[in-house]
Design a protein around this ligand. Structure first.
Ligand SMILES: [Fe+2]
Length: 399
């Protein structure tokens, strides 16, 4: 029997971005100063069409007009970046003699910006580095500017690409991946449409709650998770329905970064394992699929960690006075479902047009393969358990 020592008793590790600026208009105040600090002359800006069309690229370019630098813009990052796009950018960055990368966008753009900075200084192909910590050299300096409040890619070691085979993902972890400088400017997120705000916001809530449930949560991650859960519960509705509400955007951006600072220590657990399987099978956005799994996973974990799930109810502003931890835990699950309904996200697989019960075995297999996530669950999760959880997702919760 091996004794699994959990973080309270063992050394734990935490990594984040090098320097983080957070605040309204922090880009205007600090971006050009930082570029001068890096003494950059040749900059590669990586973004996508959505960011360009929203005017956010122009906003940054205008700020850079005053400095003497050569800029090249790559705006062709697709929603789920492929290995081909990653290879294309590798060629561009190696040819162009760049000395700084700036990524402006959501999780996909930031992930590929992180990878491009690394591929500039590491030989070979992107596929040589798929896996955990295979990258040897520190990459080019990179400045990351998120335009969504959800993935927290700017502070994480993870880079997620579409795998070579259909329905698979290629994940690269590197201690050199987090941003050297990160600008969290809520102004950059106000143009994000309601649907994307809802999905990315629920991704952030999943990060916070799954990290909080993780058997590997630490005193650091718990503090970040708690704050993130509170902020999301009281700001996501406003961010979705009042896009220009800068206070709601500010709090969501803060929450999203805190939630990723939490899960990068503790990991996420079953919600992301099941969510990734569902998302891959039905081509759903990441936030929509992990959100779908969240309440079902909370219910499954409730007998193992009732006090902890009860605390989530409190953090979400629910009245739990006089209730048993289990009763309060049910309130937490209901609070998550109410939030999903309010922001018009699905709460069952019945609402996903191409989802079929016949897919259950494939979904179970997909989720079960994600042992790297499942092993952090607070309750042992077998294949049979996954089948029960996913079957329930085809019915809905009756609580
Ligand atoms: Fe996520």
């Amino acid at each position: 029997v091996t004794i699994n020592l959990r973080p309270w008793y063992q050394t734990y590790r935490w990594i984040s971005a090098g320097e983080i600026f957070f605040g309204v208009n922090c880009i205007e105040e600090q971006l050009s100063k930082k570029i001068k600090h890096f003494q950059a002359k040749q900059i590669l800006i990586i973004t996508d069409k959505g960011v360009r069309n929203a005017g956010l690229l122009d906003k940054v370019l205008k700020l850079l007009e005053a400095i003497d630098v050569n800029l090249e813009v790559f705006d062709d990052v697709e929603p789920e970046p492929s290995l081909e796009t990653a290879e294309k950018l590798k060629e561009i960055v190696r040819k162009g003699k760049f000395d700084l990368i700036i990524g402006i966008g959501g999780g996909s753009v930031l992930d590929i910006s992180k990878l491009t900075a690394l591929m500039a200084t590491n030989p070979g192909d992107v596929k040589d580095y798929i896996g955990m910590y295979l990258i040897k050299n520190k990459g080019l300096p990179k400045i990351l500017i998120p335009t969504t409040a959800g993935t927290g890619s700017e502070v994480s070691e993870a880079i997620v690409l579409k795998g070579a085979l259909p329905g698979t993902k290629a994940v690269i972890y590197s201690e050199y991946a987090p941003g050297d400088v990160v600008f969290l400017d809520p102004v950059m997120t106000v143009t994000l449409p309601p649907k994307l705000t809802a999905a990315t916001g629920m991704d952030a809530l999943s990060h916070a709650i799954e990290s909080y449930m993780s058997i590997d949560s630490t005193p650091f991650s718990e503090a970040f998770s708690e704050k993130a859960i509170q902020l999301i519960a009281s700001n996501l509705r406003k961010a979705v329905y009042q896009g220009e509400n800068l206070i709601a955007r500010y709090n969501m951006l803060l929450a999203s970064t805190l939630a990723t600072m939490a899960w990068t220590q503790s990991s996420v657990c079953q919600g992301h394992a099941i969510g990734l399987a569902i998302g891959t099978q039905y081509g759903l956005p990441h936030g929509v699929s992990v959100s779908l799994a969240l309440p079902y996973v909370m219910l499954f974990n409730l007998p193992a960690i009732p006090e902890r799930i009860a605390r989530i109810a409190e953090l979400m502003g629910e009245e739990v006075k006089g209730m048993s931890p289990k009763e309060a835990g049910i309130k937490a699950i209901k609070a998550v479902i109410n939030l999903q309904k309010d922001i018009d996200l699905p709460t069952t697989l019945l609402e996903i047009p191409n989802a079929r019960r016949e897919d259950i075995p494939a979904l179970v297999d997909g989720a079960y393969k994600a042992q790297r996530l499942l092993k952090h669950s607070p309750r042992l999760t077998t294949k049979e358990d996954l089948e029960k959880i996913i079957s329930l997702m085809f019915k809905g919760l009756d609580i």
